[in-house]
Structures are given as structure tokens and as C-alpha cells.
Design a protein around this ligand. Structure first.
Ligand SMILES: *Cc1c(COP(=O)(O)O)cnc(C)c1O
Length: 357
């Protein structure tokens, strides 16, 4: 299906004001934004317009009850400067899984794809060209009713805007469990990229910072021993040559698209993979026995974030040096090569389909 998007281009691009060699993450926004309204049971008013402030009622339901979801993906370019979209369809599908959980209407996959493509078609010059840089794309949907009763909103907005992001040196992270806090539990919203999940994680994150750690390593809410994930990353461990990561089917762990990509790459390369519950005690035992070779997070932002230290109560484990982590470094190199358009063994890359109108 092809949607007609009304385009109101900016009169004056802000590109000349941006230092592309020094871009602070998440603070510089490209020239345009896509907007759609959900009214009377359907998406309409498809518009691309200059990125600008918006006005809304103090009674906007999102402000009170947090019915809001988002996605995060990256657009890169090949050596000839053609925009490359990585696993766009997976992001559209995940937005709808989040939408379903939060009683938000689905965004048709074709609309999601066309909104992102047409926006990037217009803002192509915002895709940074340096090694490891990208244009970060932020699609989101939120309640638009002006009403103080607790019920799903009848109206919504679906918007997409983008931010150029520089190469960031992902410093190895120090992570700690916080068994007194729970991020997700069976039947909850853990698998949704829903705004409220992040709000609830902020105080534990601050407490982790106070203790000298970068992120919280979330454990399950019932037995407080099964490892879930960490910050906004999925976690993987390499124990005695085998890659171990927890399953996402219980709905407590957000199913990362990078997690899926990395697992596919590992499987294809013939590595041993175990997708099964893993306890913090098993990690401690493996570390004691000298078998914990690697631990890393996967996510769109950094692809792979190396874990330097894991703390659990009095146990503080310093992991082997980054240089020797051949398995995670291999996965990162593969994804970077795919993002640059050097190869596409799994058919993950889509090229820009220019707007027909
Ligand atoms: C976004 C996110 C991830 C990683 O997902 P990707 O699709 O790989 O970026 C993992 N955990 C949480 C809680 C997230 O929000």
C-alpha cells in the first residue's frame, strides 16, 4: 500500500550549523519530522514538516498515564552515499508488539516503512559519513486524547524524527545487580518498548551510579536469580566457548533486534549457542573456574558493549581484557560491515525507495 504524505519542506536547512565531527548524542535533530494522527479508528493526515515544537493540552493523556511507545534504529550509507536501512521491517513489527501490549492501535508496516524512507529521502544529507556514525531514527506513538479518565486514548500521534550520531567509543561497562528493584515480571510490560519501563529504571540506575556502576543488570522479579538484561541492552555470556543468552519468550526481556542479528551471525559462523535461562550464580561459578571468557550487551546504539565488571552483592568480578574477546568482536565487525553495505548475507538491508509523489 502506498500512502500519500504531504510534504512541507523547511525554508532553511540547519545543516550548516552542525559540526558533524562532534555531534552530541540525542541533542541535534534533523530538519524534518513525520507526523500522523489516529482519529476515528484510522491513521490519517500524513505529513512531513520542519522539526518544530508542538503545543498540546495539559490534559493530554500521555502526560498522566504514560500510554507511549517508541522504536530506535539506525540508517547508514554505503560508500557511494546511498542510504541503507537495517532490518526496517523488524522494527515495524516490534513497534506493533509494543503497541498491542499498551492498547495502542497498530501502525501498518507499510506506513512505518514509507514514513521512515520518505523522511530520510528528504533529510539524506543528515546521514553522517564518518566511520561508525549513523542517522538514528526515533519512531514513536503516544496518546493524544485530552481526558483525565483512565482508559485507552481514542486518538494518537505517530511521529518519526532523526538525529545524526557520531562514532562513539563504547567504553566497557561496569554493571551491578539490584535485587531490591524489579524491571519486569511475567505478565508485565518488559517486552514492550514502552516509555514507562524506562521511567521505572531511572532511580535504580542512579543508585547504581552512586555505587560506581554504569548500568543495572536486571534479575527476574520472582526468584531474583535469573539474568534478564542490562540498561537498554540484551546480555550474552561466553562460557567455556559457548555463547549463552536468556530466552525472550517469557515476555520479560525486550527482544532486541541486535540480539537476533548477533545470534544469527554466530549461528551462521558455527558457534555453539545456548538460549536458555542463566542465573547469576552460574556466572559467578564460571568466573571462579576461569571459564567466563566474555560478557557483552547488544543494542542498536553501540551494537556491542563490552562488560568489564559484574557485581552481585559482595561479589565483584573483573572480566578478561577486551583485546582477547574474539567472539563479540567478530560479531561487531560483521554488523559494521553489513551497515556499510559491504555485504548482506542475511538480506537485512533495504535501499531507499524514493517517494513517487
Ligand atoms: C531497545 C532495547 C534493547 C535492544 O534492542 P535493539 O533492537 O537491539 O536495539 C534491549 N533492551 C531494552 C530494554 C531496550 O529498550
Amino acid at each position: 500500500m502506498n500512502y500519500t504524505i504531504k510534504v512541507r519542506p523547511t525554508m532553511k536547512s540547519r545543516i550548516p550549523t552542525v559540526d558533524f565531527n562532534n555531534i552530541p548524542f540525542g541533542k541535534v535533530f534533523s530538519d524534518h519530522i513525520f507526523e500522523a494522527d489516529y482519529i476515528d479508528g484510522e491513521w490519517r493526515n500524513f505529513t512531513i514538516k520542519p522539526f518544530e515544537r508542538m503545543s498540546f493540552s495539559p490534559a493530554n493523556m500521555t502526560l498522566h498515564y504514560g500510554q507511549a511507545i517508541f522504536e530506535g534504529l539506525k540508517v547508514t550509507s554505503d560508500k557511494d552515499g546511498n542510504p541503507l536501512f537495517l532490518r526496517l521491517k523488524e522494527h515495524a513489527k516490534r513497534l506493533n508488539r509494543s503497541a498491542d501490549r499498551m492498547a495502542i492501535p497498530e501502525v501498518p508496516e507499510d506506513l512505518f516503512k514509507q514514513a521512515v524512507m520518505q523522511l530520510i529521502d528528504l533529510d539524506q544529507d543528515w546521514i553522517p559519513q564518518g566511520e561508525d556514525t549513523a542517522l538514528y531514527v526515533r519512531p514513536f506513538v503516544f496518546a493524544a486524547d485530552e481526558y483525565l479518565g483512565v482508559r485507552p486514548s481514542d486518538t494518537y500521534k505517530f511521529m518519526v524524527f532523526t538525529c545524526p550520531v557520531g562514532a562513539y567509543y563504547a567504553k566497557p561497562v561496569r554493571i551491578t545487580t539490584m535485587p531490591e528493584y524489579v524491571r519486569a515480571f511475567p505478565g508485565g510490560t518488559g517486552y514492550a518498548k514502552a516509555a514507562g519501563n524506562y521511567a521505572g529504571s531511572l532511580r535504580p540506575m542512579l543508585e547504581a551510579h552512586k555505587k560506581g556502576y554504569d548500568q543495572v543488570m536486571w534479575l527476574d522479579g520472582i526468584e531474583k536469580k535469573y539474568i534478564h538484561e542490562c540498561g537498554t541492552m540484551n546480555l550474552m555470556f561466553v562460557i567455556d566457548g559457548t555463547i549463552v543468552t536468556p530466552p525472550t519468550e517469557t515476555g520479560e526481556i525486550l527482544s532486541g533486534i541486535t540480539r537476533n542479528s548477533v545470534l544469527t551471525i554466530f549461528k551462521n559462523a558455527g558457534y555453539n549457542i545456548e538460549i536458555r535461562p542463566i542465573t547469576i550464580d552460574e556466572v559467578i561459578e564460571a568466573h571462579k573456574a576461569g571459564k567466563l571468557q566474555e560478557a557483552f550487551g547488544t543494542g542498536t546504539a553501540a551494537v556491542i558493549s563490552q562488560v568489564a565488571t559484574i557485581a552481585h552483592g559482595d561479589v565483584v568480578m573483573d572480566l578478561p581484557p577486551i583485546e582477547g574477546r574474539t567472539i563479540s568482536r567478530f560479531a561487531k565487525a560483521e554488523i559494521i560491515a553489513i551497515r556499510k553495505g559491504e555485504k548482506d548475507p542475511f538480506g537485512w538491508i533495504e535501499k531507499l525507495i524514493p517517494a513517487t509523489v
